[in-house]
Design a protein around this ligand. Structure first.
Ligand code: GAR
Length: 187
């Protein structure tokens, strides 16, 4: 059984969806949800799902304290699902090729610092893009630049608001992210 930890900074709807997907699977399961934001709704979701959660500071993340915590809890794999902070080298080194992120756009477009959640969708609409999508990728020391594992597209119509785009992207995320995680974890 592979133990998955999910990092989320906000709502955590992907975290909940991934938890549910793996709930009755024998090979892997979500055992921990972590956040840098004590007010994040993902903490409510963790409570509802009766799964352990941890709130940590950016100092704990940078200092390596989090690595010990994750190792003590026998975490095998880390999923970033709407996580805002940069992952430090010490965490990447402790979990080589074992950290993946989802980005709500077709990287390399609309990636990098500050490109998070609705900011991405607003930029996509402002630039009158005809399509957007999701990118699931390995995490390295640069924002949104690790090797791409999977992408899926959706159309953006002229009348779509950023909320419409956000909705389409979330549907793609719910459909694909758990399956891609399962595939990456497969021996
Ligand atoms: C998701 O759309 C995810 O792709 C995005 O934040 C949202 C979190 O939603 N991540 C980023 O923008 C990372 N740069 P959720 O909290 O409801 O899962």
């Amino acid at each position: 059984m592979k133990n998955i930890a999910i990092f989320a900074s906000g709502s955590g709807s992907n975290a909940e969806n991934i938890f549910n997907y793996f709930e009755n699977k024998a090979d892997a399961g979500v055992v921990l949800m972590l956040t840098n934001n004590a007010d994040a709704f993902v903490l409510e979701r963790a409570k509802k799902l009766a799964i352990e959660s941890v709130v940590f500071s950016s100092e704990q993340l940078k200092s390596g304290e989090l690595v010990s915590l994750l190792k003590n809890k026998s975490i095998d794999f880390i999923v970033l699902a709407g996580f805002l902070l940069k992952i430090p080298e010490n965490l990447i080194a402790a979990f080589p090729n074992k950290i993946i992120n989802i980005h709500p756009a077709l990287l390399p477009k609309y990636g990098g610092k500050g490109m998070y959640g609705d900011a991405v969708h607003k930029a996509v609409v402002a630039n009158k893009e005809k399509e957007s999508g999701i990118t699931i990728h390995y995490v390295n020391e640069h924002y949104d630049e690790g090797a791409i594992i999977f992408q899926a597209k959706c159309t953006v119509s002229e009348t779509d608001t950023y909320e419409d785009v956000a909705h389409k992207i979330h549907q793609l995320e719910y459909e694909h992210f758990p399956r891609v995680i399962e595939r990456v974890l497969a021996p």
